[in-house]
Unconditional design. Structure first.
Length: 578
C-alpha cells in the first residue's frame, strides 16, 4: 500500500485506547461502561465483539421508491464483509424520499431538504454510538451525496456503496425509463399519443429495483463518488440486482476495516485533486447539473474549497465522451455491459486528465487501481474516443451576467444550440408554468421563467423535470428556453438553466423580470442577459417587496432559515458560529 498522510483531525483518544477502536473504546471499555455493553448483548454482541472495530452500516432501505427497495439486502452483505474482516458490523437505517413520485408537487420541496436530514441522521447515529467506521449505502439522488457529506464531516474511516442502476423497461421494443414517462405526458398533452399509449409506457418504464437508468443524477453521483475515491472500483457501474453488486457490498465492509487498521480517513482521500477527478469524470460522462450542487456541498463537508468556477476550468480541457441518456442514446446498463466506468477513467488517466496519485478506499492510489484495466471492446458506441468526442469541452456551463451575478448552471450538450434569445414568460411557481405548457400556451421563442423556487424561496429548490419533460414532449425543446432559481432533474434536457443566484426570494434580478422582457443566453460567452436598462431595474427593485415565507414552522421553515445559496451548495451546516 502506498504511504498515506495521516489525517489532520485526530480522534478523541485516552490512554490505552486501541488504535482500531478509537471511538468505540471510550464508549464500551472498562467497568464504568458495563451498562453500554449490557445494551448491546441483546442485539447480537458477544464479549469478543467488544474487542473489535465497530462499523456502522448506514442503510437507506425503504419501500418508498424502487431506487432503494433492495438496499436492505446489500446492507446485510456489508455486515458480513465487516465481520469476515475482523470487525463488528451494526446495521441501521435512515430515511429516503422519491423524486420521481413527488416531482411537480408540493412534496418535492422536501427532496433537497432530505439530503441534509440524511447526512445529519448518519452523523448522529455514528457519533452517538461510538462507531469506528461506516459503510453508507445509497441508491437515489439525495441520499448519495448525503452519505458522503456525513462521512466527510465525521472523518471516520468510511466507504460508500452505490445501490446500482435499474435495468431498462421495454415498450414496443424500445428501452424506456422514468424520463420516458415524463416526456410521454408532454406528448399526450400535445395530442401526439393517446391514453392507452401513455399507460403502456407508464406500466413498463420501471421493471424493478435500482436507480433511474440514464446518466441522470443517481448514476452521475455514483460515478463522481467512485472518481472521488470513496467507493470501490466500478461500484458505480453495476446493476442493482446482480451478483456484482452483492460482492461490492461485501467487499466494502472488508475495505472499511482495512481503512480503520491503516488509519486512512475520508479527508485523506477527499482532497482538492480528488474533487477535480470527480468533476472530470462527471464531465466526460455528460452528467447531471445536480453534480455541481452536490459536489460543492460534499467538498464543504470535507473542508475542501471547490466552487462552481472549477467546473468551468476543468470543462475547458475535458470533453464529453458518453452517449448516454438524457441527451444521448443509451441507458446506463449499456455502459455496465461494456465494462463500466473503469476503462473510461483509464483513458482519462492516460491522457493526463486525472490525478493518479489520489488515495482511494482500496488503500491504493487511483493509478494503482487502474493499472490493469483493459480498454473497452472494439466496436462499442457508448463511450467515444478522446479524439472523436461528442463535445470537445464540458457540458456543464456556468453562466453569469445581470440575471445571475452569483452564477447559474446549464447543461449544454450542443444539440440544443449554444445561444438563445426570446421573450420572458414569467411564473412564480412550477405549477403555474406547467399549466401553461400543458395548455399549449407556450410558443416558439418564449423564455419560460420559473422563480420563487430557490433554496429559500421554494423552499427546497424543486427540480423542473415536469416542465422540461412537457416542453420536450411537445416538440419545443429547441424552440423554448427555461430558466429558474430551482433545479433540474438529471433527466432534464433542452435549453435549460437553473441554480440562478441570487434567487428571486432574496431580491435577485430574477425577481425583477416582467412578461415581455427580452432575455438572451450565450453558452459560449457564458452570459445570460436581461435586456432592461439599469434605470428600469433600479425602479423595479425599489418597488419590489419580499414575499412572506411560505412555511413558518417545521422542517421546511428550518431549512429556509439555514440554507446557503445554490452556488454554495445549498448547505445548512456552513458557518454556524454564534
Amino acid at each position: 500500500m502506498a504511504p498515506v498522510k495521516k489525517s489532520a483531525k485526530s480522534a478523541p483518544k485516552k490512554s490505552g485506547t486501541p488504535a482500531h477502536r478509537q471511538f468505540s473504546s471510550p464508549m464500551l471499555d472498562g467497568p464504568d461502561r458495563a451498562p453500554s455493553r449490557a445494551m448491546l448483548h441483546p442485539v447480537g454482541f458477544s464479549n469478543d465483539d467488544f474487542k473489535k472495530s465497530i462499523v456502522g452500516i448506514a442503510s437507506t432501505w425503504s419501500m418508498v421508491t424502487p431506487c432503494n427497495m433492495h438496499i436492505d439486502k446489500l446492507a446485510k452483505e456489508s455486515v458480513k464483509g465487516v465481520d469476515a474482516a475482523g470487525g463488528k458490523g451494526v446495521e441501521f437505517n435512515t430515511i429516503t424520499i422519491s423524486d420521481g413520485i413527488s416531482m411537480g408537487t408540493e412534496g418535492m420541496k422536501y427532496s433537497l431538504v432530505s439530503r441534509e436530514v440524511i447526512a445529519d441522521s448518519i452523523e448522529t447515529v455514528v457519533a452517538c454510538e461510538g462507531m469506528d467506521g461506516v459503510v453508507a449505502i445509497g441508491g437515489c439522488d439525495k441520499n448519495m451525496p448525503a452519505c458522503i457529506m456525513a462521512i466527510a464531516r465525521m472523518n471516520r474511516p468510511g466507504v460508500f456503496v452505490y445501490g446500482g442502476t435499474i435495468k431498462p423497461g421495454c415498450h414496443k421494443g424500445e428501452d424506456v425509463d422514468i424520463v420516458s414517462v415524463f416526456e410521454a405526458v408532454g406528448k399526450h398533452s400535445a395530442g401526439k399519443i393517446d391514453d392507452a399509449e401513455l399507460e403502456g409506457i407508464t406500466g413498463t418504464a420501471i421493471p424493478g429495483p435500482g436507480s433511474c437508468g440514464g446518466m441522470y443524477t443517481a448514476n452521475t453521483m455514483a460515478s463522481a463518488i467512485e472518481a472521488l475515491g470513496m467507493s470501490l472500483p466500478n461500484s458505480s457501474a453495476q446493476a442493482a440486482v446482480s451478483d456484482e453488486k452483492m460482492m461490492d457490498s461485501f467487499d466494502a465492509g472488508a475495505a472499511v476495516v482495512n481503512l480503520i487498521n491503516n488509519n486512512i480517513r475520508p479527508r485523506d482521500i477527499m482532497t482538492k485533486k480528488a474533487f477535480e477527478n470527480a468533476i472530470t469524470v462527471v464531465t466526460a460522462l455528460g452528467g447531471s447539473t445536480n453534480a455541481v450542487l452536490h459536489l460543492v456541498a460534499m467538498a464543504s463537508a470535507a473542508k475542501v474549497k471547490i466552487t462552481i468556477d472549477d467546473f468551468t476550468r476543468i470543462g475547458k480541457r475535458v470533453p464529453v465522451l458518453a452517449d448516454l441518456k438524457p441527451s444521448g442514446a443509451n441507458v446506463m446498463m449499456k455502459l455496465v455491459e461494456i465494462g463500466g466506468t473503469l476503462p473510461l477513467m483509464k483513458m482519462l488517466l492516460d491522457a493526463g486528465l486525472l490525478h493518479g496519485d489520489c488515495m482511494t478506499v482500496t488503500g491504493k492510489t487511483m493509478a494503482q487501481n487502474l493499472a490493469k484495466v483493459k480498454p473497452y471492446p472494439k466496436g462499442q458506441t457508448v463511450i467515444r474516443p478522446l479524439n472523436k468526442p461528442i463535445k470537445k469541452d464540458g457540458h456543464l456551463v456556468i453562466l453569469y451576467g445581470n440575471l445571475a451575478p452569483g452564477g447559474a448552471v446549464a447543461k449544454i450538450s450542443g444539440k440544443e444550440g449554444l445561444t438563445f434569445e426570446g421573450v420572458a414568460r414569467v411564473f412564480d411557481s412550477e405549477e403555474k408554468a406547467m399549466q401553461s405548457i400543458l395548455k399549449g400556451k407556450i410558443r416558439k421563442g418564449d423564455v419560460v421563467v420559473i422563480r420563487m423556487e430557490g433554496p429559500k424561496g421554494g423552499p427546497g429548490m424543486r427540480e423542473m423535470l415536469g416542465p422540461t419533460g412537457a416542453i420536450m414532449g411537445a416538440g419545443l425543446g429547441k424552440d423554448v428556453a427555461l430558466i429558474t432559481d430551482g433545479r433540474f432533474s438529471g433527466g432534464s434536457h433542452g435549453f435549460v438553466i437553473g441554480h440562478i443566484t441570487p434567487e428571486a426570494y432574496v431580491g435577485g434580478p430574477l425577481a425583477l423580470v416582467e412578461n415581455g422582457d427580452k432575455i438572451s443566453i450565450d453558452a459560449e460567452k457564458r452570459v445570460m442577459t436581461l435586456h432592461v436598462s439599469d434605470k428600469d431595474l433600479a425602479r423595479r427593485k425599489k418597488a419590489w417587496k419580499q414575499p412572506k415565507p411560505r412555511y413558518t414552522h417545521g422542517v421546511l421553515a428550518k431549512y429556509a432559515k439555514l440554507v446557503s445559496s445554490a452556488s454554495e451548495g445549498a448547505i445548512t451546516d456552513g458557518d454556524l458560529q454564534l
